[in-house]
Design a binder for this molecule. Structure first.
Ligand SMILES: [Zn+2]
Length: 173
């Protein structure tokens, strides 16, 4: 179940009083985690290294800002959810696994970290507030400015937002 990751993100949003666009750098800082931007291989999104004195999130400086934000949120997910399981998390590419049931072990950790990141950056409650009265229409709005404006407000990619809204049933057609 990924509901644990989602609930954790919601409780962090609440306790830190986070508003969109969520400042992931500040959240990491408040947790005592250093963010380092480095030019990594293109298929590497980032990594989390946990140490007693100073934990570090390394993020690929070559990636677009929206993608770096998602990576940081994903690594924060590992930090909050999995730090008792490992000291190093290395993310070669953030795949959106389609079949959650077949995923186990470290793959399941990746799904949880993605679930955490999605909820942190694109809180379900905010999306419902914006769109419950008028869900986006897949044919009309996804290519238009409505989706782009919301993505810009949340500082996420249109692709990530489209996946998210589709899963929540906020894109019709
Ligand atoms: Zn990961």
């Amino acid at each position: 179940m990924t509901s644990k990751a989602k609930k954790l993100a919601q409780s962090i949003i609440e306790s830190y009083k986070l508003a969109v666009p969520v400042d992931v750098n500040s959240l990491a800082e408040q947790e005592g985690i250093l963010i380092r931007e480095e030019a990594l291989e293109d298929n590497v999104s980032g990594m989390l290294v946990i140490k007693d004195k100073q934990s570090v999130i390394v993020v690929n400086a070559n990636h677009h800002q929206n993608r770096r934000r998602f990576t940081i949120a994903h690594e924060l997910g590992h930090y909050f959810l999995h730090r008792s399981l490992s000291n190093v998390f290395f993310d070669e590419s953030l795949l959106f696994f389609r079949d959650e049931k077949s995923a186990q072990g470290t793959k399941f950790q990746e799904i949880e970290a993605n679930t955490f990141a999605a909820e942190l950056l694109m809180p379900e409650q905010v999306l419902w507030e914006r769109l419950s009265e008028k869900p986006l229409d897949a044919l009309d709005d996804v290519e238009s400015s409505a989706l782009g404006e919301l993505a810009a407000e949340l500082q996420v990619s249109c692709q990530a937002l489209t996946i998210r809204l589709t899963r929540l049933g906020l894109i019709t057609g």
